[in-house]
Design a protein around this ligand. Structure first.
Ligand SMILES: [Zn+2]
Ligand SMILES: [Zn+2]
Length: 337
């Protein structure tokens, strides 16, 4: 998977937002203006049980809705965010699987909203088929009841071989009234043109990353290597099945630079090691090889700016996650074996 500014435009999108057409506090036009003023190029209005339509020139508004259907094992309904579906027949469907199938057959995209807040179990998520993504971060659920994250659900699905993307969203209702539930989680789509069809294609193909803060400048992920350029990153993680993976932050880089012999001794517990660290202008460059795995990294001060990992033996899926100094995160979509 490649996210590159040479190939496409990086466009920030909000995929879950409510207006006065359901229980949001801003009128649809104000919702769109709110996001446009914060640099969003794509806005999905996803009112409860209705498709809100609005005509604006910019940003691109894609039709959406949020439907509560059926119940999971813990007795709470699935909330399904459907994007790009114009046909109101979907609003009358009672069965969540029917909603997903209909949305897909209409070229739409289905996202399972806030699994943690909804009390959905991994079994519930496994029993529904064909959705494109789950919300791994939901600003509203986080600021109101600390149930915004569903990264554990995501890793469980990925470990079971389900090819599903992770999206960060707002689910905004209050906007400017504290606790503020807007502009806290978004996706950055890699778009070849600004159209609804292209947004839906990018969402289906996983051609985006999700964030609550850090920026991904470029990412090139393949079976054999991962290369990522970042802004605002303090730590980067590589995550795979069963706890396989690692993290690197600037403290690790400085430790290797200052205490190379000790680092060599520590890391040699994991295999045959090669280590190089050097300051070059304002950068620190690091090269680590542990057995067949090679990591190259460039940091500046406390910031990790570029990482390349080669030769990693990962199992079923691998993904990259980034943290900034305030604990905000960015998530790249996984690669599958
Ligand atoms: Zn909901
Ligand atoms: Zn909602």
């Amino acid at each position: 998977m490649r996210l590159s500014r040479d190939k496409c435009a990086f466009v920030r999108a909000v995929l879950h937002a409510h207006s006065t057409e359901s229980d949001g506090l801003l009128e649809p036009q104000r919702v769109v203006e709110y996001y446009a003023s914060r640099g969003y190029g794509v806005v999905a209005l996803t009112d409860h049980e209705r498709i809100t339509r609005i005509r604006v020139k910019e940003p691109l508004v894609i039709p959406g809705a949020e439907l509560a259907r059926d119940r999971g094992l813990l007795g709470e309904p699935y909330h399904l965010v459907i994007l790009g579906v114009e046909d109101e027949a979907v609003l009358r469907m009672k069965d969540p699987q029917e909603v997903v199938d209909f949305a897909r057959s209409s070229s739409g995209v289905v996202v399972v909203a806030h699994p943690h807040w909804s009390g959905l179990t991994v079994s519930d998520l496994l029993s529904l088929k064909g959705y494109s993504a789950i919300e791994i971060f939901n600003t509203g659920c986080e600021v109101e009841v600390s149930k915004g994250y569903a990264v554990a659900h995501w890793d469980a699905l990925l470990s079971k071989g389900v090819r599903v993307w992770g999206v960060a969203v707002d689910d905004a209702h209050r906007y400017t009234i504290p606790p503020i539930d807007a502009d806290g989680g978004w996706v950055v789509l890699c778009l070849r043109e600004l159209s609804t069809d292209e947004v839906l294609r990018a969402l289906k193909e996983g051609r985006f990353y999700s964030s609550t803060g850090p920026d991904v400048i470029e990412a090139d992920l393949s079976d054999s290597s991962f290369e990522v350029a970042l802004r605002g990153a303090r730590r980067i993680y590589l995550i795979s099945r069963n706890g396989k993976g690692f993290s690197v932050d600037s403290d690790v880089v400085e430790w290797i630079y200052r205490d190379r012999n000790r680092a060599l001794a520590m890391l040699s517990r994991y295999g045959d090691v090669e280590l190089e660290a050097e300051h070059e202008g304002t950068f620190t460059k690091l090269y680590v090889r542990i057995s067949g795995v090679r990591v190259e990294l460039r940091s500046r001060g406390r910031w990790i700016e570029w990482v390349r990992v080669m030769g990693l033996d990962w199992d079923s899926y691998a993904r990259i996650e980034v943290v900034d100094e305030l604990g905000r995160r960015a998530w790249l979509n996984p690669l599958f074996r």
